[in-house]
Design a protein around this ligand. Sequence first.
Ligand code: SF4
Ligand code: SF4
Length: 106
Amino acid sequence: MRVTCALRTVSAGWQEDCTPPGMAYVITEGCTKDFLCVEACPADCIAPRQDDPKAEELDQLFVDPDNCIDCGACVPVCPTSSIMPLEDVPADMQAYVDKNAAYFRN
Ligand code: SF4
Ligand code: SF4
């Protein structure tokens, strides 16, 4: 399934339909910022980390779409089932796809 993002000015390499290159997993609603997924991720692609001052201001963590290796290790450790593969993100949560990617732009 292809995903359409709200913004057309996206990272280099994104496909014509705004599908982020390589994005495999997305953190959606319900994240409580317990950082369990950060510890489980072998690619170090979930941010911010607990010791990052930005963590306090944000309401959730995010997966870096360019570095996620699609291993799924973060899914079973999440107590709120907030992490899901891109293709499983339901229509009413599509905004989270861009929200995750947007954190890593700039
Ligand atoms: S699928 Fe693997 S690489 Fe991607 S965010 Fe989860 S643990 Fe990290
Ligand atoms: S494991 Fe789930 S609830 Fe915990 S920080 Fe990661 S996404 Fe949020």
